[in-house]
Design a protein around this ligand. Structure first.
Ligand code: SAM
Length: 271
């Protein structure tokens, strides 16, 4: 029987032990401002309210958000925002919620799976405003985020994530930990934000576009993906691969990020 997909990815966490472990994975949040993505019925929110210096919880659902607001109306360190996380500007969050805080945010959330990648990319784009994130994602996505270069799960998402953060897969949860149960296993991942663009002498958005070209067709050789982009002369690509000491017959998934950055620099010097 096919499982009906819940509205807005609403698979609520019901396992009390898992709630505890997720909040503990954030470390000491007693002096931090925590941003919770998709609080839902408050499975994590209850614990976060007790531990965080400030808590801002962003929920899109127009029925759930007012319930949370009512529950926490007397907690002066808590703000519930009925909004789309994909539209939130983290740099101006303090004035948007009328809460005075400084320092980077700690982000937490059992992410709605229908927009997991969009949320992660949005967080990476605002990496300067975030110290750490602990998120629940599909197990398969967790494996891709944490995959080391050279293994089959390593791809564009892994490379993009690892240019922004140190990624650690913490633990796996079965569907029964949620209500209704999702059709897949879930996993909790910690992202310790640590952007690497400066140390690799690459410009962030141009390098991310370059990675997209390199991984466009995962099964193709890196050389062919670069040729198909139609940006560089084949001779310039071969010269750049040689300068970066990358075998032209290799796939992008086998190239460490440091070598990718070298290749990017070599190509951008030649164009
Ligand atoms: N945190 C709760 C829990 O652990 O039980 C709920 C998690 S549920 C997997 C995802 C939550 O994200 C839902 O409450 C859903 O309404 C909310 N959500 C979905 N899309 C959203 C968006 N674009 N912005 C903010 N919240 C969203």
């Amino acid at each position: 029987m096919s499982q009906r997909k819940p509205k807005l990815g609403q698979n609520f966490l019901t396992d009390p032990n898992a709630r505890q472990r997720i909040v503990e994975a954030l470390g000491d949040i007693s002096v931090s401002t925590v941003l919770e993505i998709g609080p839902g019925r408050g499975a994590l929110t209850d614990l976060l309210v007790k531990r965080a210096r400030h808590l801002i919880a962003v929920e899109l659902d127009r029925a759930l958000a007012p319930r949370l607001t009512e529950t926490w109306k007397h907690a002066s360190h808590v703000r519930i925002l009925q909004a789309d996380i994909l539209e939130l500007e983290l740099a101006s969050l303090s004035s948007a919620v009328d809460l005075s805080f400084t320092g980077p945010l700690i982000v937490v959330g059992n992410l709605p799976y229908y927009i997991t990648s969009d949320i992660l990319l949005r967080l990476f784009a605002q990496v300067a405003s975030i110290a750490r994130a602990v998120v629940m994602v599909q197990d398969e996505v967790a494996d891709r985020l944490a995959a080391k270069c050279g293994v089959s799960e390593y791809g564009l998402l892994s490379a993009t994530a690892q240019m922004h953060a140190r990624v650690e897969k913490l633990f796996v949860l079965p569907p029964e930990a949620f209500s209704p149960p999702p059709g897949v296993n879930s996993a909790v991942v910690r992202l310790e934000m640590r952007p690497r663009f400066e140390e690799m002498y690459v410009e962030r958005s141009a390098f991310l576009r370059f990675l997209q070209i390199c991984f466009r067709q995962k099964r193709k050789m890196l050389l062919n993906n670069l040729k198909s982009a139609g940006i560089w002369e084949p001779s310039a690509i071969l010269a750049a691969l040689e300068r970066a000491r990358i075998n032209p017959a290799i796939r992008a998934e086998a190239v460490p990020l440091e070598a990718m950055a070298q290749l990017y620099r070599a190509l951008h010097m030649s164009s």
